[in-house]
Design a protein. Sequence first.
Length: 137
Amino acid sequence: MGQFIKIAKEEIAEAFVGERRQYFVGDLKKPQNLRFLFSENVEVALTSYDSNSIEPAHRHSVAKEYQYMVSGRTWYIDADTKEVHEFKEGDFFTVYPGTAYAQKAEAGTKILVIKEPSINDKEMVEMDKEVKNFLGI
């Protein structure tokens, strides 16, 4: 027999108070405000930047990230090649395993993130002067 499971707009909005990322699906180990659906295979999350924000350099050793720009604008710098990529509302992009990058996003940016598999394989990467300058730190 079929089944639908809904996480209501109001529940999602409430979960984002004081938070910038909430997961809808995954094999999550850390607590979060929003209830989620369990999956070992995939994570689905929404990232919402209320103010201009940065993410320090890191990479995923195994997971691939698929990202859809719901709103706003963001920039990624490849920490190895120093190539900068700009993404804006309506763009879709993928970050492959082993890609070291840092990110900055303008206020109002929302990104739907789909990561496979659902594992915490985030590895922080040392940032050189060029990456720090990109982030404005």
